[in-house]
Design a protein around this ligand. Structure first.
Ligand SMILES: Cc1cc2nc3c(=O)[nH]c(=O)nc-3n(C[C@H](O)[C@H](O)[C@H](O)COP(=O)(O)OP(=O)(O)OC[C@H]3O[C@@H](n4cnc5c(N)ncnc54)[C@H](O)[C@@H]3O)c2cc1C
Length: 372
């Protein structure tokens, strides 16, 4: 007898939408996404900068995350091609714009040298540029910039458009999207996740995937709770003009600038351990603008279009929690920290294979389990 219960995905951010769509695309008959707010727009993915930057992000302690990021980046073109089949013109361009990592003083230049040496030893393609060579690449940069690393292979995407395309593709494939419907609890019986609870109601599930981002730990019924905490990021959206248009992502120690193809220039972002406090405060916004103005003086003239805040889903070691859990029928796609847009194609592929083929994270880095 066929199981008519739905595959349930908790969370309609980028992970939930991508997993829901892929499940349907790969043969699942009935998939329902539950979203506490409005799918895409209530998520951290809506606020994110959309930088796909494993090479720029690679830190001394982070080589696993770097390798997983690289694998996910490699999956992006095919992921978008497949998305095009279901969402057509809504799908955003994959932009291999490259990234510049800047230094503006002697301390930062020394740090840049260490970063350069670390990357060359790890075989990460990188070029070290002088201040003038950096300005040749990006003429809007200030003369305060003394050196940079140029990472030619880095990419970016319009993450908002990507979320909207995933939502459209999910719906086109017959997925059921329940917005303003917050899951309060996962119901288990005999070591197996069997249902979700929302309001006064309960719905039986064939499988349950937790893709609730920074909120994943607030869902009851999971023992122990998923070890994810919110790290707040405040961000500013400026409107570029024809004369003030950056060509690539710019990273400096205290700020980054990410130009989007819809004319927005995102200036970000803070990283604050303040729980779920979503207020936008004058101080951090002033500082971000000041740091951005120091490296690109022309932003002084740009219109502030929006200020935003959301929460990165952080684990203690910044590794994501992805795949089949210890509880039967329960899967995780959370804890993606500041790499969730980058990690979407790989995560969706792994979780979908886990659910539909019963595999246990066979696609995890170097065959390692991803489950925390
Ligand atoms: C300022 C900022 C900048 C960033 N920049 C980048 C970047 O440049 N590149 C990059 O790769 N990543 C970036 N990130 C990180 C990225 O946004 C996250 O890693 C990613 O959004 C995580 O995806 P998610 O689907 O797990 O969570 P989210 O995108 O947050 O989605 C989770 C969804 O679940 C819903 N939800 C929560 N609880 C429940 C519940 N109980 N029931 C139902 N629904 C629920 C929420 O409303 C939300 O819509 C940035 C993040 C921030 C905050």
């Amino acid at each position: 007898m066929t199981d008519t219960k739905p595959h349930i995905v908790v969370g309609g951010g980028i992970m939930g939408l991508a997993i829901g769509w892929r499940l349907l695309r790969e043969g699942a008959e009935h998939v329902e996404i539950f979203e506490a707010g409005e799918a895409a727009r209530s998520s951290a993915a809506w606020v994110a900068a959309g930088m796909l930057s494993p090479r720029a992000e690679a830190g001394f302690e982070d080589l696993d995350i770097y390798e997983e990021g690289l694998r996910s980046l490699d999956l992006y073109p095919q992921f978008l091609d497949e998305l095009c089949e279901d969402a057509g013109a809504l799908v955003p361009q994959f932009d291999r714009c490259g990234a510049l990592v800047l230094a503006t003083n002697a301390d930062e230049a020394r740090e840049l040298d260490r970063q350069y040496n670390f990357r060359t030893q790890a075989n990460i393609p990188v070029e070290r540029l002088s201040g003038d060579a950096t300005r040749d690449r990006e003429p809007l940069l200030s003369t305060k910039v003394t050196a940079s690393l140029w990472l030619e292979q880095e990419a970016q995407i319009n993450n908002r458009q990507l979320c909207l395309a995933l939502k459209a593709a999910f719906l086109k494939r017959g997925g059921v999207l329940r917005e303003h419907c917050k899951i309060s609890e996962i119901v288990s019986a005999n070591g197996s996740a069997v249902a979700v609870r929302f309001g006064e109601e309960e719905m039986a599930a064939r499988s349950i995937t937790i893709a609730a981002g920074a909120w994943s730990s607030t869902i009851k019924g999971l023992v122990p709770a998923i070890p994810v905490r919110p790290v707040k990021g405040q961000m500013i959206g400026l409107r570029m003009t024809p004369h003030t248009r950056l060509k690539q992502s710019i990273r400096a120690p205290r700020v980054y600038l990410a130009p989007k193809d819809d004319g927005r220039l995102l200036v970000g972002a803070t990283a604050e351990e303040v729980g779920f406090d979503k207020r936008i405060l004058a101080g951090p916004i002033m500082e971000l603008l000041h740091f951005a103005w120091e490296i690109v003086p022309a932003i002084y003239e740009l219109e502030i279009e929006e200020t935003l805040a959301s929460f990165r889903p952080a684990t203690r070691n910044h590794r994501p929690i992805v795949g089949k859990s210890e509880i039967e029928n329960l899967y995780y796609a959370t804890g993606h920290w500041r790499h969730g847009i980058l990690m979407t194609p790989l995560t969706a592929k792994i979780v979908t294979a886990n659910i539909l083929e019963g595999s246990r994270s066979p696609l995890g880095a170097k065959g390692k389990e991803w489950v925390a």
